[in-house]
Design a protein around this ligand. Structure first.
Ligand SMILES: [Zn+2]
Length: 99
């Protein structure tokens, strides 16, 4: 399942190559990215390793080599083919979040 279409986005703010890990709950491939929480602290969030048309976040690699996740507003999402969904929303081993 690695038949990824030719990279249409030759952006200057690429993702780099996020390190792929395995979800310890379901075993799916995930990538970790840093994200600033509402309280201003920084946390790590798992994202699905494959891009998704339902994605809400764009990953980018900083000059320091850190991978950060930026939330993309719905209006802008169609501009990018490289969005990802948070694995918390797709993990089959986690109960869905209700309200
Ligand atoms: Zn999982």
């Amino acid at each position: 399942m690695s038949n990824v279409p030719a990279q249409a986005m030759a952006g200057s703010m690429g993702e780099g190559s996020p390190r792929v890990a395995k979800c310890r709950d379901c075993g799916e491939d995930i990538v970790w990215a840093k994200r600033t929480k509402k309280d201003g602290s920084v946390g790590n969030l798992p994202f699905d390793a494959s891009h998704s048309v339902d994605g809400t976040h764009q990953l980018r690699r900083t000059a320091a080599g850190e991978v950060w996740a930026d939330w993309i507003s719905p209006k802008q999402r169609h501009l990018s083919q490289t969005l990802r969904v948070c694995h918390f929303d797709t993990c089959v081993m986690r109960p869905p979040r209700n309200g």
